[in-house]
Design a protein around this ligand. Sequence first.
Ligand SMILES: NC(=O)c1ccc[n+]([C@@H]2O[C@H](COP(=O)([O-])OP(=O)(O)OC[C@H]3O[C@@H](n4cnc5c(N)ncnc54)[C@H](O)[C@@H]3O)[C@@H](O)[C@H]2O)c1
Length: 326
Amino acid sequence: MRVLVTGGAGFIGSFLTERLVEMGFDVVVIDNLSSGGDLNRLKDVIDRVRFIKDDLKSPSNPGAFQGVDTVFHLAANPEVRVSVTEPRIHFDENVLVTFNVLELSRKYGGVKTVVYASSSTVYGDAKTIPTPEDHPIQPISVYGAAKAAGEVMCGTYARLYGINCVILRYANIVGPRLRHGVVYDLLMKLKKNPEELEVLGDGTQEKSYLYITDTISATLMAWEYAVKNGGIYTYNIGNWDSISVRDIVSIVIRASGFNPRINYKPATPDGRGGWPGDVKRMLLSIDKIVREVGWRPSMSSREAIELTAKSLVKEIGVRDDEGISP
Ligand SMILES: NC(=O)c1ccc[n+]([C@@H]2O[C@H](COP(=O)([O-])OP(=O)(O)OC[C@H]3O[C@@H](n4cnc5c(N)ncnc54)[C@H](O)[C@@H]3O)[C@@H](O)[C@H]2O)c1
């Protein structure tokens, strides 16, 4: 069976691509190697996938969708903060790209299933925590709004053209090869200046983190469930627990081996958040995917952060004495 991964040279996409190759699928990857995309992530499988460098904002290779059974649509700009200052980038990379992927799936491919990488940010500052899938969608960032728009578009294409659709609202996903988000940002700051660490927000923000291997198993199990049963599904993919930024800072500092002064820098009117659009408390209810699909996470938010910090210290060469190339 042929499957297509958009954003397959990204963090999550590269792990998904590797797993799909291992499972014996014929995998096509489309990525424009922008916003964090890096072909090195696919080095172990590059001779076993069909890699197409293309910008899905203006796709030039519709033939890539021919014969594809499932599209895993991960291509996006994942930087929530960028969406606050550069909303247009997020409209183009997240809304327009999703529309183009759906159109290509319909017109050229006869695609049967679309799996869409959405985000916990669609809920905004949720009133119910843990937040279930039927909670109102009230994003507070343009990134979250763009993801929500993509969800509506995927669902509409599914109803209109008889495609199966799986919307996955990921919590914060962490692991090796990550090049954005709080763990990466803190380590990059320490690499530049081991004496002082600026932390965005007052450190009380509390969010849920999921390790990449758990994320891939959830993604594949939800996909298999949708293929077997047909229809449109929305699942939160996260963890049972959450962790505060203060605790993440301690873990990251320990992993780095440095002893910096910590400088908290709140930047929202309530004096807590790190940037406008920052959701301060995020914990998704994962009851639905556990109940329907039978998936459950294998490690906690804390364990996921600890493993990630250890890997990234080496990968990005935080310490001169033990760095590997970035
Ligand atoms: N990492 C997380 O914590 C997280 C959480 C929630 C949702 N998500 C979503 O999951 C998906 C993957 O995230 P990630 O962390 O792997 O991000 P990433 O930046 O590592 O990967 C995104 C990939 O998409 C590619 N891309 C971007 N614009 C493109 C375009 N116009 N044409 C072709 N390729 C393009 C990039 O080059 C990159 O390889 C994204 O949709 C993101 O919004 C991620």
